[in-house]
Design a protein around this ligand. Structure first.
Ligand SMILES: [Zn+2]
Length: 297
């Protein structure tokens, strides 16, 4: 595999952010003609990157010039995979070319924006709209972020312990899109210990979005599974008292947790349950739960 620069574009590609460079390049295996299929940095056709890599870098805003993507050819940096551009503007983010979802007013797509149980939401145009929880929870990008946090929480849990996983969510008012901050991890605990997470600073620069025009929206975190626990430990589902107490008036938080079993006024989870037991998105303020949504991982 060639490693030296073949053309001037390669230098531009090298301007990837440090975060982007930390990704390991996986093979996509879909084109079979380039010889180094999907394993490169996208600097030339013989050094193409995988589709997954392209999407990751686009999501991060890390691409600053066109790159060669395996099976696709030269691609300009974009974020259309989430439907922020080129769609009908309904914010569902799933179709990219929709128009008749009924909530967007364009009248031609038929399937987008319907949102199911989570609610359709709208593509936020302002910071104020971006802070409405129906727009947050209805947004496909944010849902992907939530799935990522939940699945990482599950993957980190084992017989030795469990830990919460979370991140700050931001909104880029210029590009009108949500952005995920650096993933945060709670201290691993086991047995009857209470898991928690410290959100840390909400500044863009300390969450991997240095120098970008983003405003903080909320902190999202995933509570832990008890699937690997055996002791007499129980968990009340939804935001904890410390979660509520961490919010000021007017702020909201989002926690991912199981639905649990209703017993004497509260919903509980007990040790040894299945990892894929039904779970919910809980939206709360400092008084309690505002809304909860069933969520398919
Ligand atoms: Zn919590």
């Amino acid at each position: 595999m060639k490693t030296e620069n073949e053309n001037p574009k390669l230098k531009e590609i090298k301007q990837l952010s440090p975060d982007a460079q930390n990704y390991s390049y996986g093979s996509c295996g879909s084109c079979g003609s380039c010889g180094s299929c999907g394993t490169g940095d996208g600097s030339s056709p013989s050094n193409c990157m995988s589709e997954d890599m392209y999407y990751k870098l686009c999501e991060q805003g890390a691409l600053q010039s066109p790159v060669y993507v395996c099976g696709w050819g030269l691609m300009i940096p974009q974020v259309t995979e989430y439907g922020y551009y080129g769609g009908c503007g309904c914010g569902c983010g799933s179709c990219g070319s929709c128009g008749s979802c009924g909530s967007c007013g364009c009248g031609s797509c038929g399937s987008c924006g319907s949102g199911g149980e989570i609610g359709s939401g709208r593509m936020p145009q302002t910071l104020e709209e971006a802070r409405e929880y129906i727009n947050i929870t209805g947004n496909n990008y944010v849902q992907d972020v939530m799935r990522g946090l939940w699945n990482e929480m599950l993957s980190l849990a084992n017989e030795n312990g469990r830990q919460e996983v979370g991140c700050w969510l931001f909104f880029d008012v210029k590009m009108k899109q949500y952005r995920k901050g650096t993933t945060k991890y709670g201290v691993p605990v086991s047995g009857n210990s209470h898991a928690s997470i410290n959100p840390g600073s909400a500044s863009a620069s300390e969450n991997g979005l240095s120098g970008q025009p983003v405003s903080v929206i909320t902190f999202i975190h995933a509570h832990t599974t008890l699937s690997h626990e055996y002791e007499d430990v129980e968990h009340i589902c939804g935001p904890s008292k410390s979660d509520l107490d961490a919010l000021k008036d007017g702020e909201i938080g989002i926690v991912l947790d199981y639905v649990g079993t209703f017993f004497e006024g509260k919903n509980y989870m007990f040790p040894g349950h299945s990892d894929d037991a039904p779970m919910k998105i809980y939206v709360y303020n400092n008084k309690g739960v505002l809304e909860d949504y069933d969520f398919d991982i």
